[in-house]
Design a protein. Structure first.
Length: 227
């Protein structure tokens, strides 16, 4: 995002968000059945109870393992969807947000992953009921994103050691913080520096590094993504 256009784009997005709030709200929920360690059955029951009590229309889908959410654009336009809520971790949020680039849809987060860095940075509590209350309040705000080698990210992109740990984590049958810690320790003792060439704003940087990372949030959290 160019700095010169950022202020104008923010004003336009806020205007579009305000307009969307005047429409009858209809939500789509995506939940990742293998994210984190908490019960998904309890989450689904909570979603049904609270969304119905709020008087909002909704549908619930499982996430797509391949990360293909292109169908959303047609569904949003045809059914006047106003909000897409992601119940998962940073990896799931990133996939859904990337698929919705160019739309004015509001995206909500119910943190359910092993890594919830974006939600934590945004002040969204891990308590699912409280996270839903924030979504129902409808106070959306724009966030930054970036692209590396044509791959979108709205929170974190880690390379080298960080990427290897995330890759190995994603292949494990069990999720959760302890699994991430185990994969970190396993890779730590064999880690070596990688040669990187980074082109950024017409400037080229060459360096050997273990873990170059780019992020938009104020804190790091384990955020494995599909490979």
């Amino acid at each position: 995002m160019m700095n010169g256009n950022k202020e104008q784009l923010t004003k336009e997005l806020k205007g579009e968000m305000l307009f969307s709030l005047l429409m009858p709200r209809k939500l789509i929920y995506f939940y990742n059945p293998i994210s984190g360690t908490r019960s998904k059955e309890a989450l689904l029951q909570l979603i049904k109870e609270k969304t119905t009590a709020a008087g909002l229309d909704y549908e619930i889908f499982t996430t797509n393992a391949a990360g293909d959410y292109k169908f959303l654009h047609n569904k949003i336009a045809a059914e006047h969807i106003t909000d897409v809520v992601v119940c998962g971790g940073d990896g799931t949020v990133n996939q859904v947000a990337g698929a919705l680039l160019g739309s004015t849809i509001n995206i909500g987060i119910v943190p359910m992953g092993s890594g919830n860095g974006l939600a934590l940075a945004a002040g969204i509590p891990r308590n699912s009921a409280k996270a839903l209350d924030i979504i129902f309040a409808g106070n959306a705000a724009p966030v930054d994103g970036f692209s590396i080698n044509n791959h979108f990210s709205c929170m974190l992109c880690g390379l080298g050691f960080d990427a290897q740990v995330a890759h190995d984590f994603a292949r494990q049958p069990k999720r959760g913080l302890m699994t991430y810690v185990k994969q970190t320790i396993k890779n730590f003792f064999s880690a070596t520096a990688y040669p990187f060439i980074i082109d950024l704003n017409n400037k080229r940087i060459k360096a050997d590094a273990f873990c170059p990372s780019t992020l938009t949030a104020t804190r790091l959290a384990p955020a494995p993504t599909s490979t």
